[in-house]
Write a protein of this length. Sequence first.
Length: 290
Amino acid sequence: MTAIAEPPAPVGRVRGRVLGNLLRNPMGVTGGVLLLIVLVAGVFAPWLAPYAPSEVHFTTPFQQPGTVGFALGTDDLGRDVLSRVLYGTRTSLEVGLLSVALAIVVGVPLGLLSGYWRWLDAIVSRLTDLMLAFPFLLLAVGLAAINGGGLVNAAVALGIGNIPAMIRVVRAETLRMKDSDFVLAAHTMHAGPWRILGQHVLPNAASAIIVQATVIMPQAVLGEAILSFLGLGIQPPEPSLGIMLSDAQQYLFRTVWPGVFPGIALALICLGFNLSGDALRDALDPRSSR
């Protein structure tokens, strides 16, 4: 008796499997909760913050956490630390999302093209190797120093620094699927290369792209904090976690709280994305359904 091949699983069933794997993974649940807290803090910062981030209270500098009216205390100028942390988280998320978007828009097409056409791969791979020869932060610092400070310039510098990694990931996925059965079947049906890349290769590489995006996001958040700490990122009086850390080091021996809370915020953002990325990678693996 001839065996009948099972039809492909519906999209809803695949989504249910991925969601079920995420919910069964303690790391995924923990990362999701942390990301939810971070997203709520960043998106609703204008409504959650008790004061404007640059509002100065000269009569109440260096207030300790728990002071009435200042839940996390104040800095040297009497600015509310809680308000600045909320707005700084919002800034970090904005820079991270812009960096990820730039890396995807540029890196994904180049990775698809270099993985599909060998003659183009020689050019793109050499350019990628040249960019990877410079450390990520060194490249971002150099680009930020050339373009100047600001949110957009910082996001562009960090996004360009993350493009080579995205190209490598998409190129590897394209090479892996280039000789697969469904691509060969598309060739036999006289499908053009653009249709194969757009309808067959790219959808199957989406999981790797999503996971790589969760890797780029914390790198961009930390990169923005470092650039702002060095004076090459967000410029005062705009709120930034890196600026808060830079200001706090000047009076570290007087009080540590203005530097502790932005550091905790950075740790929660990066931990949330790292845990979620690891759990998402495992959930998207078809072997995890076993």
